[in-house]
Design a protein around this ligand. Structure first.
Ligand code: GAR
Length: 213
């Protein structure tokens, strides 16, 4: 049985309410991880303030100062390796990832998205769900495979859309679900109730079978 807590990094771009929920769960002893690093592509984002307040190391960068996406991801990867980060947790990180991070952390990188994937990936998922008139939407946590909000699904929670709901109404109901679900999924991974190695391996075999029928 492993004694040392799991070492994670959280990536975020904005307010960071999901980062906060994870940090709070760690502090409350509900989540056996250490947050080794917050990675943020917007130095002015509120999440940076939240991390500093929680005493968590921060790496902010301005993508425009790098020659390519790969170049800043190489820098991030160096920092993750320096800190021996085992699990990368995307929490409202609004950048497309390249193979640099996706391949290094395949099977060890999670994302949370405010819809029942594979419906409504990308920006404004809640607005997309309302525009389609769906009656049920929700939250998904999945492994990151390099596509847009795609990869094997680890957990989902559904919620009903009521007549007259606005985007703001729905977001208000979705956020608490995310804040409850994400720390729980991470703790399930830590405790082995979610076996990422098996899920990643099964996914690789499925892709192989699809490519070589
Ligand atoms: C969350 O609702 C998260 O699901 C979403 O960004 C929000 C970040 O909020 N992520 C995506 O849409 C990913 N495609 P937060 O900064 O308050 O945690």
């Amino acid at each position: 049985m492993r004694k040392a807590p799991f070492r994670i990094a959280v990536f975020a771009s904005g307010s960071g309410s999901n980062f906060q929920a994870i940090a709070d769960a760690v502090k409350a002893g509900r989540l056996d991880v250490t947050i080794e690093l917050l990675v943020c592509d917007r130095p002015q984002a509120k999440v940076v303030e939240r991390a500093r307040e929680a005493g968590i190391p921060v790496f902010t960068f301005n993508p425009k100062e790098y020659a390519s996406r790969q170049a800043y991801e190489q820098e991030i990867l160096r920092q993750l390796q320096d800190k021996q980060v085992e699990l990368v947790v995307l929490a409202g990180y609004m950048r497309i990832l390249t193979e640099v991070l996706v391949e290094a952390y395949w099977g060890r990188m999670l994302n949370i998205h405010p819809s029942l994937l594979p419906s409504f990936p990308g920006l404004h998922a809640v607005r997309q769900a309302l525009a389609h008139g769906v009656k049920v939407t929700g939250v998904t946590v999945h492994l990151v495979d390099g596509g847009l909000d795609s990869g094997p699904i680890l957990a989902q929670r559904a919620l009903a859309i009521e007549n007259g709901d606005t985007e703001e109404d729905l977001e208000k109901r979705i956020h608490p679900i995310e804040h409850d679900l994400y720390p729980q999924v991470i703790q399930d991974i830590v405790q082995g109730a979610i076996d990422l190695d098996r899920i990643a391996k099964d996914h690789n075999s499925t892709i192989d079978r699809m490519n070589n029928p």
